[in-house]
Structures are given as structure tokens and as C-alpha cells.
Unconditional design. Structure first.
Length: 114
């Protein structure tokens, strides 16, 4: 009896997992081998998440460039040095806010415009 109950639970979890995937969107296709219609989960959900992530990343780099233009290279480096000597979260912030080629390029473009 217990074995059949475990088998039932396993099948139920599989169905629930399938329903969660299909709830995000699906495409119906005809299987040419069996002649049955099958539902396949869409991958469009992941595509819709890429654009906001790119915008967020670009916004972060623009923010760093704005700070670099506003503070200047020496002051920016001083703030980074202060963060590097702080707690673990401040050290992680220092790594994220460190200068990189994209930030320097964006800061150079922004300083020409401003």
C-alpha cells in the first residue's frame, strides 16, 4: 500500500511541475508520429526577462560613470579605498564600483557632453 502511495505522490508532483511550467505560457503542436496534440512550455518568459536585466545593468554602469564625472578620478578612488577597508558588504560594494573600461568610456563621453 505504501509503495503505491509513493508512486501516486511522484506522479502528482510531476503533473504539478508540468502545470507550473505550462502556466507561464505554452505552444500547442501536433506530434506527427502519434497524431496527438502536445503542449510544450514557451521560453518567451525568459526572453521577456532579458531586456529589463540589460537595462538594469546599463543603468548601473551609467550611474558609476555619473559618479566618476561628478566626483573626479581622485575622489572616486578615495571613496573606493575607504570601501575596501570596510566591512564585508562594503568590500563587495568596492568590487562592484571599481573602475572598468566601460565606466571610464561612459564617463569620458558624459564629460564631453556636460
Amino acid at each position: 500500500m505504501e509503495a503505491s502511495y509513493k508512486s501516486f505522490q511522484r506522479r502528482q508532483r510531476k503533473i504539478e511541475r508540468s502545470h507550473r511550467k505550462l502556466a507561464k505560457g505554452y505552444t500547442t503542436r501536433l506530434n506527427p508520429e502519434t497524431g496527438n496534440y502536445e503542449h510544450a512550455p514557451n521560453s518567451e518568459f525568459a526572453r521577456h526577462m532579458i531586456s529589463p536585466l540589460i537595462a538594469l545593468t546599463l543603468g548601473f554602469f551609467c550611474f558609476k560613470a555619473f559618479l566618476l564625472v561628478r566626483l573626479g578620478t581622485e575622489d572616486y578612488a578615495g571613496h573606493l579605498a575607504a570601501l575596501e577597508n570596510g566591512s564585508l558588504s562594503e568590500q563587495m560594494g568596492a568590487v562592484l564600483m571599481s573602475l572598468d573600461p566601460l565606466t571610464v568610456t561612459l564617463a569620458d563621453l558624459a564629460s564631453r557632453v556636460i
